[in-house]
Design a protein around this ligand. Structure first.
Ligand SMILES: [Zn+2]
Ligand SMILES: [Zn+2]
Ligand SMILES: [Zn+2]
Length: 463
């Protein structure tokens, strides 16, 4: 079955989990196990005119493909780099007059690529794309209906005269995309803008407490080791956020990826207790139950107001909820952390930096007790908390958080990633400011207040 080889990882039979990858030699924390370009990838429908169809960067001004008027690119270089992949798509879109949805576009790109390269795009690709799992048989009724519609639209889109495929084979390709597609985010890792298929990455099994992480870096995904991994150990990534109770993670994994998670954190319910814990002051069980129910309801209202953009209402609800939770729910309770996260984000957007910083710090303290020390989500939360403290004029805490985040992102994102580079320049800047602060506090605050009158860095939207 192995069709290619990699120096750092090898295919093996992972028992009940099916195929898996394991380390061929000892790996260091932060080491790139492998980097892989997409076999095929498309921009989501909703970002078709905002994101380059070649490099997936968000750009204010993009050039439209003169032929199909659908594809958009940064410039000639991006357009030329992508032409081989876009050529047939371009003709098909022109013919039917309108681009089909992202699933149909991706399925067609996959098939065009299979026709060209027989499912193997490079020497290091370990498995052919059409050998990946499809889980079509496990799809619920509603999803099957959607699949049939997609297959129908696909057949209209797929030009006549080309090799025709049976509906079953096309469903197989859609199934592969559905359970193996990897969401691509823009250059700052903030928004999901597209989806792609990365065959080697599909071989990496899930663990809720994984030893690797995946990051998109300059158009390729990188599998990066989160810790020292001994030779022969299975390589894993997490398909879901760890900050859910084990039963909830298992439910999500079952729904989206069709397997029962039996990882050690799920089977031993590790950290579930912390995520539901009561405050140290030992409130009564009834009180905890009451506040938990209140928080759940309140979080729904908060989410609604946030979607509507009513940030004053969001802040009001957060204050109310945090007040009730005080001395009842522990600082590691999931509901408390969720409210703290929204409160710090929205208050920071509203430029109430001091209050936002206080919440961000509590949130980071809770996250640190729950997440793997090199978790990417933790690194990014610490980065946001650092920036908030910095904007609040709390330069010592700001600098120390930014340094901490930089240390994590060096492992999870690597030194060349746009976010790590941002952090590096923030680290230098805050270091200079910290010196200034230590020499003359008064002067420092005057300088900071003036700087804050300028717009805040653009990568800090509220949602
Ligand atoms: Zn581009
Ligand atoms: Zn075109
Ligand atoms: Zn698990």
């Amino acid at each position: 079955m192995t069709v290619g080889n990699m120096e750092t990882a090898a295919l093996f039979d992972a028992g009940k989990k099916g195929r898996g990858l394991r380390a061929s030699r000892e790996l260091r924390a932060g080491e790139v196990v492998f980097a892989e370009p997409s076999f095929s990838a498309v921009v989501f429908d909703s970002f078709a005119t905002q994101v380059c169809h070649s490099c997936f960067r968000h750009q204010a001004k993009l050039h439209r493909c003169a032929q199909c008027k659908f594809a958009h690119y940064c410039d000639r270089t991006c357009q030329t780099a992508c032409w081989d992949e876009h050529k047939q798509e371009c003709g098909a879109i022109k013919k039917i007059g309108k681009a089909p949805n992202e699933h149909v576009r991706l399925a067609a790109r996959v098939l065009w690529r299979i026709h060209k390269d027989t499912g193997i795009a490079s020497d290091s690709q370990l498995i052919s794309v059409d050998q990946l799992e499809d889980h079509v048989a496990d799809l619920p009724e509603g999803d099957l209906k959607k699949l049939q519609t997609d297959v129908h639209n696909f057949q209209q889109y797929w030009s006549r005269g080309r090799k025709q495929h049976s509906a079953d084979y096309i469903s197989h390709i859609f199934g592969i995309i559905k359970c193996n597609g990897f969401t691509l985010s823009d250059q700052r890792g903030l928004q999901a803008v597209g989806v792609g298929l990365f065959p080697n990455l599909c071989l990496v099994n899930h663990d809720c407490w994984p030893n690797c992480t995946v990051v998109l870096n300059h158009g390729k995904i990188e599998l990066r080791a989160l810790e020292k991994i001994p030779e022969g150990e299975e390589l894993t990534v997490s398909y879901v956020d760890f900050l859910n109770l084990s039963a909830d993670r298992q439910k999500k994994l079952k729904e989206h990826f069709h397997f029962e998670c039996t990882c050690s954190h799920c089977s031993q319910h590790i950290k579930d207790d912390l995520m539901m814990d009561a405050a140290e002051s030992k409130p009564s069980a009834d009180k905890v139950k009451e506040v938990t129910a209140f928080s759940k309801e309140c979080l729904e209202k908060i989410e609604k107001s946030r979607i509507q953009g009513d940030f004053h209402e969001v802040v009001k609800l957060c204050h109310e909820c945090l007040g009730k939770q005080e001395n009842v729910l522990a600082d590691t309770h999931l509901y408390r952390l969720r409210v703290l996260s929204v409160a710090s984000e929205v208050l920071s957007y509203m430029r109430s930096f001091s209050e936002a910083a206080g919440y961000a710090r509590k949130m980071v303290e809770g996250y640190t007790k729950l997440y793997h020390p090199n978790n990417a989500q933790l690194g990014m939360a610490i980065m946001r908390a650092g920036v908030t403290h910095w904007h609040a004029g709390q330069i010592e805490a700001g600098h120390s958080l930014i340094c901490k985040a930089y240390g994590i992102l060096m492992v999870t994102h690597g030194p060349n990633h746009a976010m790590t580079r941002d952090l590096e320049s923030m680290r230098t800047q805050t270091e200079v400011e910290l010196k200034m602060f230590k020499q003359n506090e008064q002067e420092y605050h005057t300088m900071r207040d003036a700087a804050l009158k300028k717009p805040v860095t653009s990568w800090e939207p509220p949602c």
